[in-house]
Design a protein around this ligand. Sequence first.
Ligand SMILES: O=C([O-])C(=O)C[C@H](O)[C@@H](O)C(=O)[O-]
Ligand SMILES: [Mg+2]
Length: 429
Amino acid sequence: MNLTVADVRLTPVLVADPPLLNTQGVHQPYTPRLIVEVVTADGVTGVGETYGDTTYLELARPFAERLEGRRVSDLNALPTLADEVAVDASRVGNAVDVGGLRGVQTAGKLRLSVLSGFEVACLDALGKALGLPVHALLGGKVRDAVEYSAYLFYKWAGHPRGVPAEPDDWGAALDPAGVVEQARRFTERYGFTSFKLKGGVFPPDEEIAAVRALAAAFPGHPLRLDPNGAWSPATSLRVAEELADVLEYLEDPTLGTAGMAEVAARTGVPLATNMCVTTFSEIKEAFTRDAVQIVLSDHHYWGGLRATRQLAAVCRAFGVGVSMHSNTHLGISLAAMTHVAATLPDLHHACDSHYPWQSEDVLTERLAFEGGRVTVSDAPGLGVELDRDRLAVLHRRWLEDDGALRDRDDAAAMRAADPAWRTPPVPRW
Ligand SMILES: O=C([O-])C(=O)C[C@H](O)[C@@H](O)C(=O)[O-]
Ligand SMILES: [Mg+2]
């Protein structure tokens, strides 16, 4: 068996995305993702997926060159390869990133986000070569299916007039009744039983009313609200108090470890984060200050599936819970998330996934949610197959784009509807 990487293919794509609202603005009609393929000398191909914005593509190309000639089993060498890739200092602010939604933006985190796409592709190829599923390469699954939550968004019925976009059949959701209706469709279509509402869009009282409406419509079901740090600690505490009896957790109510610690100290509602703890170096302060009770891992920016397991081990040592965050992603990433989630014994919350919002994919067969769960594949590798025709279509869209959509910018997308829109300063409320 020759596990040497003989070829690496990088295919940036633009994927249709509905007009989902968040505190920054609205999703673009198409969002960039990067599909990574590694091909071994024996002709085994592994696939991975990560962020596809220009900054990530710039690093992925030199990373791919360094990977060629290595073996797909050399997973511990990947961080060293990533460290060799130069990061343009103007691309990183070392503060919360411009979009604000992915936490701090550092050179190291950018490298890890790129690395993760390659790690998943290597694991897929290794699994196929050995005849083992990815979860087995991670030590084996402890469950046969992984539970996901319905990821509810305030949304418009369509993208702004004049903006080329794919239609979606979800309709608008701009008030409590619309949110409940969206939740019902999620349960009918996919069987989800936990609900997360993306907040920070409307004044807190309107979002409190939406969560109350969900609690009335789905009594006893786990509910979460995530305003992406849009509130002050005082507002966060008021919302926590008003929704204490129905929230499973409050997610990133306020920005930064100090603010989260202040809120956590004064409420019994657990706080979850995918913004103030997004790198290993942020753990010590956040955990010792008891700022967060649940870390929402994202294998893309934590540096892959094996790093996600390391994060889970650290969380366990500190008595902090772990679950999973999601940005817009395709089926390759959902398969990767499902494999790693299947190996984590202490996963006690349903994971997030944007996948139901994606009408397009690059797989021959979409992954299915049944009873809110994705079955863990026991097929070799990730257990997914690339649809080259679909990949070509979505890549052509990327090639034909004039650059306007190649970097996700929710504030710019909002300006198509409201030319005066600027990313709101935080705290917004
Ligand atoms: O949980 C989160 O914070 C997210 O999923 C961030 C995402 O980017 C979400 O807010 C979005 O796509 O609008
Ligand atoms: Mg979040």
